[in-house]
Design a binder for this molecule. Structure first.
Ligand code: FAD
Length: 525
């Protein structure tokens, strides 16, 4: 389930041993992976480099990184990236020379410049292009584009297949030896997000519904610098801009990060995002004073060549990176939590595996180190595939037919549905965003309950559409974020509680686990 970096990498591994069906909600290139800009972090300079990458990952995770997972990520990363280059991924090199040294940049909380990038600021598109091209020549990989996984089929506590809904609204049931959820994150649960429309947390919602456990759902990373312009999309202004030396300034022109962290603009993402929020707070809750990225002092870099995609986007608004201060504010970006897996992609439900942003191995802890997620998709996508092969699950051939084709929603009902989703997204941003407290989280719970009740009206009438399944997933994911955020009465990494502003290692140096019963418990791994 999913054709981002994790799903495609897994499919390539599996295809040497059997038939693989890759199901994706839109075209093969529509994924978070495709939009990744800044790069992929990888320690290609030997043991010392690997050790430092591990330490940076652990430090960014604020006491909650599961060290064995981070060790796997940094140690296996160089091999996976070298393999990707062999398969055709073209990372930027010195002097645009095909045999030159790779160019590397630095991003927040990295002690070294270790981030490879492609076409300046289009790394994800290049990774997606190269993996799709490589996968498409494999005869044993079939692709179902514009097709949605709507349910996991469970028999005797084992996942034995999936239900699909195609573009024409037809249902189909597929038996499979194993199902890998690589369906990405859930940025669309918030009104302000850098994530594309497909990121509605479907995989996570299906997993908990089927009986798998989730972990660390309270930890949503808010990227500090998304474009802030009335009516414009929340386009990401990559951390690599600050890696190259961009300053952050408030509306009085002051560089303010020295008041918040010794690493200034390259402090961990959660610190920068909260600093921008605080600097932008006006006198009323609705007022937001602008905060700017300022690059005009970087005269030694050809910013348009280094950041061609960002430059082209800003030109539409008559803004120029080398001349104008660029208005920014945070947006929901990356989910550290997800479907709990072991180091080999196994979930707590037999027959079900997960990798990439939908999964939680504990590798990011409470806060992801910049540019570690593309690497995570490669490393854990490949590992999950090998586990599926090792587990050698049987294939059920006596599957029952799926339910009848659904009744589509009318145009008026689809509009009403859109309103329900928008209400939930706004409530999540206001109530479970960067700064949370018990009263806002409870308010968020009320909004989620209203949303769930409204959606139930449609499902009780036997209606279904892609948007309705997405809305159900968003509602379920919202509930899991709120429940875990309420239970963690401390502040750590991306989870900040105004009412519990300190980190509390005595009670909470643990992962939150949530199952179908809705009860949150905290455990050490
Ligand atoms: C703007 C932006 C910039 C980023 N920059 C970077 C960066 O520079 N470096 C970095 O490391 N990370 C970056 N990230 C994060 C990174 O891109 C993602 O975490 C990573 O690509 C996730 O990969 P994935 O394979 O897990 O999921 P995705 O790439 O999100 O793929 C999910 C797939 O699942 C499919 N899907 C979803 N639901 C269903 C369903 N119900 N049925 C069928 N298919 C479904 C989708 O269509 C898609 O194909 C960025 C993210 C964004 C949004």
């Amino acid at each position: 389930m999913g054709a981002g970096v994790a799903g495609l990498r897994a499919a390539i591994e599996l295809a040497n041993h059997g038939e693989v069906l890759v199901v994706t909600k839109e075209s093969l290139r529509e994924s978070n992976t495709h939009y990744a800009q800044g790069g992929i972090a990888v320690a290609m300079e030997g043991e010392q480099d690997v050790r430092l990458h591990l330490e940076d990952t652990v430090a960014a995770g604020d006491g909650l990184v599961f060290r064995p997972a981070a060790q796997v990520l940094v140690a296996e990363g160089p091999v996976r990236v070298a393999e990707l280059i062999e398969w055709g991924a073209d990372f930027d090199r010195e002097g645009d020379n095909p045999c030159g040294q790779f160019l590397r940049t630095r991003e927040g909380a990295h002690s070294l410049a270790r981030i490879l990038h492609a076409n300046g600021d289009a790394t994800g598109a290049e990774i997606s292009r190269s993996l799709v091209a490589f996968a498409q020549v494999h005869k044993r990989i079939r692709f179902a584009e514009w097709t949605m996984v709507t349910a996991l089929v469970v028999d005797e506590e084992r996942v034995v297949g999936v239900d699909l809904l195609d573009r024409e609204g037809r249902r189909q049931r597929i038996a499979s030896r194993a199902v890998l959820i690589a369906a990405g994150g859930a940025g669309q649960v918030y009104s302000d997000t850098t994530n594309p429309a497909v990121a509605t947390g479907d995989g996570i919602a299906l997993a908990i519904e089927a009986g798998a456990e989730l972990a660390d759902m309270e930890f949503y990373q808010f990227h500090p610098t998304a474009f802030s312009w009335p009516g414009a999309p929340r386009f990401l202004l990559s951390e690599a801009l600050r890696g190259e030396g961009a300053y952050l300034r408030n509306d009085r022109g002051e560089r303010f990060m020295e008041r918040y962290h010794p690493l200034l603009e390259l402090a961990p993402r959660d610190v920068v995002a909260r600093a921008i929020t605080r600097e932008g707070l006006g006198n009323s809750p609705d007022e937001h004073r602008p905060v700017y990225l300022d690059l005009h002092h970087l005269t030694a870099i050809d910013l348009h060549h280094r950041f061609p995609g960002i430059s082209a986007f800003l030109a539409k608004y008559e803004l120029d990176l080398s001349r104008d201060p660029i208005p920014v504010r945070p947006a929901a970006h990356y989910l550290m939590g997800g479907i709990q897996t072991d180091l080999d992609g196994r979930t707590t439900l037999r027959g079900l595996y997960a990798a990439g942003e939908a999964a939680c191995t504990g590798v990011h802890g409470a806060n992801r180190l910049a540019s570690n997620s593309l690497l995570e998709g490669l490393v854990f996508g490949a590992r999950a595939a090998r586990t599926i092969l090792d587990d050698d699950c049987p294939l059920r051939l006596d599957m029952q037919a799926p339910a009848a084709h659904p009744i589509p929603l009318s145009a008026a009902e689809e509009m009403e549905l859109e309103g329900i989703v928008r209400h939930l997204q706004r409530a999540m941003w206001a109530d479970a965003g960067l700064l949370r407290e018990v009263s806002t989280l409870r308010q968020g719970m009320e909004a989620q309950a209203e949303c769930a009740a409204s959606l139930a009206r449609f499902t009780h009438e036997g209606k279904a559409s892609r948007r309705l399944y997405e809305a159900l997933a968003l509602s379920r994911v919202a509930h899991t974020i709120l429940a875990c955020a309420l239970a963690r009465t401390e502040s750590r990494g991306a989870h900040f509680r105004n009412d519990f502003p300190q980190r509390d290692d005595r009670r909470f140096a643990k992962h939150s686990i949530l199952g179908r019963d809705g009860v949150v418990r905290f455990t050490e791994w």
